[in-house]
Design a protein around this ligand. Structure first.
Ligand SMILES: [Zn+2]
Length: 256
């Protein structure tokens, strides 16, 4: 079975057919999905989806673009959510120096605060890092290494950096980008990271794999990502599917 380790089904792009789509997942071989928090509204919506669908799990965390909305009070609310049985991760959290929607000080402050929340509640993390590879790595090494582990989602740095994260005990999230013709670095990452440290993800509705690039993405397209990774690694798609599913259970222990 296929596990989508990073999705945003609360996005308005799914408003018209969310239930039809999610109701067909198990039949299509999608055995599990983690719906990630991005904004505070997204965190609440992830909880609702996890309550509604047995195979959907929630993550609680605020994306760097939305860290300006965090305060003591809503952090306390998230602590409570982290202790629920179907909240399996703190995410997505990190640094985004590409969009720079919040000041870098604000992003760093809340990144560290949310890493603390993960440590204190015993949850792994799901990390978003864009144009901030070195600083993300430094913070994680200092604040989080060797504790609860987690996934570097939509990994977009070098193969060498990916292996540094693997050394710290993290897993690498690979999605649709690996299928793009010009994604040379991403293909190198998929080749370099051992199969027992890769998880697959959509980040849907974004980043649909080729040949659907630019369309609305969903977990139903994950076989395209699996096929690409299998080809790069010289193994069968079934091996990639089984290994990445086992990896999800290892990195997110609340999923069994
Ligand atoms: Zn995301």
């Amino acid at each position: 079975m296929i596990f989508d380790s990073h999705a945003h089904y609360d996005d308005e792009q799914f408003d018209e057919d969310r239930d039809i789509l999610l109701s067909g997942m198990e039949e299509a071989g999608i055995g599990g999905i983690i719906n990630m928090g991005a904004s505070l509204e997204g965190v609440a919506a992830s909880q609702a989806l996890a309550e509604q669908y047995p195979f959907v799990y929630a993550a609680a965390g605020v994306h760097p673009d939305h860290t300006g909305s965090l305060n003591e009070e809503n952090m306390q609310w998230m602590y409570g959510l982290c202790r629920k049985p179907k909240t399996v991760a703190v995410g997505e959290i990190g640094l985004d120096y590409y969009w720079d929607k919040e000041s870098r000080d604000c992003q760093k402050k809340w990144f560290i605060t949310q890493l603390d929340m993960a440590k204190e509640t015993g949850l792994p993390v799901n990390i978003h890092s864009r144009d901030a590879a070195q600083e993300t790595f430094e913070i994680m090494k200092k604040e989080h290494a060797g504790t609860t582990g987690g996934v570097i989602h939509c990994f977009s740095s070098s193969a060498q950096m990916a292996l540094e994260y693997v050394k710290l005990g993290y897993y690498i999230g690979i999605g649709g980008v690996v299928t793009f013709k010009n994604a040379r670095v991403m293909k190198e990452v998929a080749a370099a990271v051992p199969l027992d440290h890769i998880v697959i993800e959509t980040d849907c509705p974004y980043l649909a794999p080729a040949p659907n690039r630019g369309k609305r993405n969903s977990s139903l397209y994950l076989p395209l990502v699996i096929r690409e990774i299998a080809e790069i690694k010289g193994v069968t798609p079934k091996e990639v599917e089984d290994a990445t599913y086992a990896n999800v259970k290892r990195v997110y222990p609340k999923i069994q």
